[in-house]
Design a protein. Structure first.
Length: 126
């Protein structure tokens, strides 16, 4: 709270902190989704990597709610319609790097499940 830039509303600052933390959690989740053998060994198996991948991604998604609510609470003199459009697109569509297909986040049963390409890899690796 002490490093908040002068003239910036507290709500916007807290929203930006939530957004930055969401990006950090998504980055960790992305690294866990790479299926590198060293990560699998460090976590003790692919099943545990998948659990930690989800544990990083779910709070990241939940932090987007206060991020959107707080960042948009005060007018931003630097806002552009392109930035808002890109944010809306990213929130509505998720891309699977394993199979290259687009998946709607809300269309998967049970929330943020793995696509069929990930499941095929997980079952074939043992």
């Amino acid at each position: 709270m002490l490093v908040r830039p002068g003239g910036q509303p507290l709500g916007r600052f807290l929203g930006e902190l939530c957004g930055a933390e969401a990006v950090l959690l998504f980055s960790c989740s992305l690294v866990l989704a790479t299926l590198l053998a060293s990560i699998e060994r460090a976590f003790g198996g692919l099943d545990r990597v998948a659990v930690w991948h989800r544990r990083a991604a779910v709070p990241g998604v939940l932090l987007l709610i206060p991020h959107v609510a707080l960042v948009s609470s005060a007018p931003d003199r630097y806002a552009t319609s392109l930035g808002h459009a890109l944010g809306d697109i990213r929130c509505s569509v998720s891309s699977c790097s394993r199979c290259g297909r687009l998946h709607r986040v809300s269309a998967r049963p049970g929330g943020l499940g793995l696509c069929d390409g990930w499941r095929a890899r997980a079952t074939s690796d043992g």
